[in-house]
Structures are given as C-alpha cells and as structure tokens.
Design a protein around this ligand. Sequence first.
Ligand code: F6R
Length: 367
Amino acid sequence: MNPSVLDDIQKIKTIDKESMINFCTDSPKHYGKASELAEKIQVNYPKPDNIIVAGMGGSGIGGELIKDWARNKTYVPIEVNREYNLPAYAGKKTLVLLSSYSGDTEESLGAFLDALRRGCMIFCVSSGGALLEHADRLKVPFVRVPGGMPPRAALPYLFVPALLLMEKMELAKGAKEELSEALALLEKVCKDNAPEKQQKNNFSKTLALNIGQTAPVAYGFGFYRSVAMRFKQQFNENSKVPAKWEVFSELNHNEIVGWERADDLAKCFSAIFIRDKEEPVEINSRIEITKELMEQEGVKIFEVKAEGKSTLAKMLSTVCIFDFASNYLALLRGVDPTPVKTINYLKDTLKHNKVREKIIAELTKQS
Ligand code: F6R
C-alpha cells in the first residue's frame, strides 16, 4: 500500500476511472436536487397502518436510514423488505415505498407485483426500468430520479423523496428542518474530506490508511445502526473488501465472545466505533468496556465522532465520512471503486432461471 496515492490527484483520477469520488464530493448538490424533486411529489393516500420500504442493496439502505430516523418520531411501524414477496400483514392499509434505482431488480419487481396483488398503497422511486414502465401504465404514483449513477451513489435521490413523503403524509415531523441542517453540515464534511485535502488533515483518508489490509467492522448504536450497515456495504462495493457491521447493545451479547479467542484472526480486523457526544450513559459504558476488551485481544480500534445537532445531520454526515473512507481504501488497494463486477455477473447468470421474465409477464397481466 502506497499512502502517497491519497494525495496525488492525477493518480486518483486514473484509479477512480468512473469518478465515484466525485459523487461523494458532489453529494450536498445531489441532496439539494433530490429535495427539489421531492417537493413536487403529490400523493393522495390516507395515513397507512404500516410502511414497508422494498429495495435491495444501495436502494434498500435509504429505507433503513428512514426507519432509524423515524423510530422515535412516528407511531407507524416501518419494515425494510428484501424478499421477492411482502410479509403476511401487508394489505390495503400498508404503504409500500418501492425503491430500485435501475427499476429492474428481480426482488424489487417481485415485491411490486405482490404489493399490487394485495392492493397496497404504492409509491415508486426509481430512474426507470420495468418498475417505472409498469408504474406509469398502472397509474401508480412514482418519482423518476436522474439516471446514470451507481445506485449506491444515488442515495440522496433514493432516500430524500421517501423521507419527505413521511412529513407530507404527516407521519413524522421535522424532516425538512433536519435536512437543511444536514445539507449545511455535508458541505463542510465534504470539504474536510475531499481528495484535495491532504491526508494528514483528512479524517477519511487517515481512517482508510489505518484500516489498511484489515477487514473493517463498524459498531453503531441507536440510529447509527443503519449508518453501520451502509458502512459495510460501501466497503464491500467500493473498496472490494469483506466488512462487517454490528450494533450495541446486541453485540455485547454475542460478538464480544468472538474476540475472546480470536488469536491471530484478531489482527485481520479493524473495529470502527461510531461515537456521539450525546450518547446515552448506558451505551457510553458499554462502548468503553467493549473497546478495552477488544484492545486486549489485539484488534485495531478506531473511533468516528459524529458531527451535527439533529438526528439526520448526524446520520448523513457520518455516512459521508464512511463513503469517502471506502473510496480512499479502494485507491490504496489500487482498485476502481465504481464497478461491481460480481453483482453484475450474478444478475446476468441468474437470467437463465427466467424468474425475472416470469415476474415481468405477471406484471404485464396486471390492469
Ligand atoms: C450498486 C449497488 C447495488 C444495487 C442493488 C440493487 O451500486 O449499490 O447494491 O443497489 O444490486 O439494484 P437497484 O438499486 O438497481 O435496484
């Protein structure tokens, strides 16, 4: 690993061929555009009894962020669905937020078909594909987000419309206000962690360097649960490394035993603890004890201190730091962060089973 690559803009451009890092740097702009797009959304649904966000990978994580953000704000239960069908309780009083960037993901199309059959209230977020083709034909409300991005980089467009819809439908208050604080903070975080900022003054570059050849593990708590999950996905897809995420206090009831006799395996991991100056005392004590135990076992330990006042600003700014770090780790490893060859191979290879074709044929029969 050659740390000098992190501060060499020309080299960064040669490795990051499809400019994934630019999507990070431009994320405040994308959040702004996504808010403008979301403002125009009109839905005439009554308040649902429950909400299901159906989406996979980069299109599902927005649902997890919404679920955590809304946990202390809404009386409506939220579930993120990653199956081909919906849970048994889904029905006419369920709001299904269908999220698929490409609009062609098999599981998401399956969930869409199931939602139509069950008469759920549906709202789609996508850049196109079979999803929007059928949503348009069946007069299902949708928002068409800009295309041409890797789905995980399109998080602002996949997350903000669903978030603001919660406020529009009077299911949770404060989304708009928190989003404006988050946007201002993101501008700062992006500057502080931009490629132009030298490694010694750049937190994300330093984190990537510290992770080095190890597999990163994110430990979150409370609403940082989904932030830790996003961390794992970004290190998998951008850095092309195995990664893990866990959440307090559940990790105190199993995960910590795994480090007891990790022996040489302990050196293979870095644990990244998400910290918050307002973390509750019970979590604070658990983090301190866990850190000590893991340090004794030889696991590399790092901390990321969340910035911001509101829940949303804290969540999105921490996501942003990790997004940058996952890209910087890719540079250090000499890999282009954008392509996800294995996902594409899998999607292509699955075509032979004709499941997607059958789902589309069933969608075509819906009227
Ligand atoms: C690729 C990525 C993937 C996709 C997932 C679902 O950048 O992040 O996790 O998001 O394969 O595809 P879409 O988002 O098109 O429904």
